[in-house]
Ligand binder design. Structure first.
Ligand SMILES: Cc1cc2nc3c(=O)[nH]c(=O)nc-3n(C[C@H](O)[C@H](O)[C@H](O)COP(=O)(O)O)c2cc1C
Length: 368
């Protein structure tokens, strides 16, 4: 098996095994609509040859979004603009999945005017934000919001929907003991910490039906020194998700440390041997489930990816920073390019305004 072999995920055919993993460009309109510049970025990705594009995280509840100018899927009046977006991506030859999310305490955005929710009232170690400990009514409100968001995603013509269960946002907070100190049915054992995610998946299934592809992005491990979601936890959750009808799971990992530019969640890859840094966790998870497992994090060379396809049960690979810098990298790889990607994982793509490759920012500042 090679990265340019086609794959079908729950009936969704992809021309190759590369995903553009979710990347929030902070370029949607202030109310979350995809605008012309936003759509153009995705047309370029589609033309660049990646098998499946996952959008930047899209909010299921506008008052729960962790950063400005994210895509939104929280209101029915957005469906016509979202439909225009998917139509254009399809016309450019792409397949597109919407990643849907709720923020939780990993934010300082608009904290004076809105509530951040969390499993427990634990201050975020970097941002200091103390969330409201969610009541059972709050949990039901979010579960319903995810279900309704997925319905809009399907109605707008997306090819799939992905629940953002990673990177310290709300769903991932429930999974991680550091953030989840609950003593009710949503805290403690891994079965309890996973309950919120499974209820969200069930709600989505009930709105989109059994044929629409539903994916989850989650950690293979937080890689925290203590109180983290572990690989053993991930094996339990991946199996539970499969038994609840999930179609594919994308494996990321890590946590946001004080030096967040080089945090374990998104390390710089100074030496080439550090590439594909979460593939070991993804490979372990792929051993215990039959659904496709996608590995994301630090993929930089087709040779390494083809070797991983050969030696593990990993089905495909997600890439973010490399495609933010070079959206046609899949096309170049397909045609034999063997040089290094333009992206050196410096993490300077995170901007105060938009998120874009520093090389492009210096060359041609983008207009929102
Ligand atoms: C600018 C930027 C925005 C990101 N936004 C998201 C996001 O919206 N949702 C998500 O799951 N991951 C997000 N990520 C994480 C990536 O999808 C990916 O997991 C991580 O960058 C590691 O992959 P890479 O080494 O290919 O960049 C973002 C990463 C970057 C660089």
């Amino acid at each position: 098996m090679k990265i340019f072999d086609p794959i079908s995920l729950a009936g969704l055919s992809q021309s190759n095994r590369l995903w553009r993993s979710a990347t929030n460009e902070k370029m949607a309109d202030d109310d979350g609509r995809p605008n012309e510049a936003y759509i153009h970025l995705y047309e370029k990705l589609a033309q660049g040859g990646v098998g499946l594009i996952v959008t930047g995280c899209a909010t299921v509840m506008s008052e729960e979004q962790p950063s400005p100018n994210m895509l939104a899927v929280d209101r029915d009046d957005l469906i016509p603009d979202l439909t225009r977006f998917t139509t254009r991506v399809h016309a450019a030859g792409g397949k597109i999945c919407a990643q849907i999310m709720a923020g939780g305490p990993q934010t300082i955005y608009q904290q004076d005017s809105r509530i951040a929710y969390g499993p427990s009232a634990v201050a975020h170690p970097l941002y200091g934000t103390i969330p409201k400990e969610m009541t059972h009514d709050d949990i039901a409100m979010f579960v319903d919001a995810f279900g309704q968001a997925a319905r809009r995603v399907q109605e707008a013509g997306f090819d799939a929907v992905q629940i953002h269960g990673a990177h310290g946002y709300l769903v991932s907070c429930f999974l991680t003991p550091f953030f989840n100190r609950r003593t009710d049915a949503y805290g403690g054992s891994i079965e309890n910490r996973g309950r919120f995610l499974l209820e969200i998946l069930d709600a989505i299934r009930s709105t989109v039906g059994s044929d629409f592809p539903v994916f989850v992005k989650m950690h293979g491990s937080d890689h925290r020194p203590s109180q983290g979601f572990t690989l053993e936890d991930a094996l339990v959750i991946a199996q539970a998700l499969e038994s609840h009808g999930l179609d594919a799971v994308e494996i990321s990992g890590g946590y946001m440390s004080a030096d967040w530019a080089t945090s374990p969640m998104r390390p710089q890859i100074i030496r080439q041997e550090k590439q594909s840094y979460f593939a070991k966790d993804a490979a372990a998870i792929a051993e215990v489930v039959s659904i496709p497992v996608i590995s994301t994090g630090g993929h930089r060379s087709p040779e390494v990816l083809n070797a991983l396809l050969h030696t593990t049960r990993i089905a495909g690979f997600g890439m973010s920073r490399t495609l933010l810098s070079e959206p046609d990298l899949p096309h170049k790889w397909r045609h034999g390019y063997t040089g290094l990607p333009r992206c050196v994982s410096c993490n300077k793509c995170f901007g105060e305004d938009v998120n874009m490759c520093i090389l492009d920012r210096e060359k041609e500042p983008l207009q929102k």
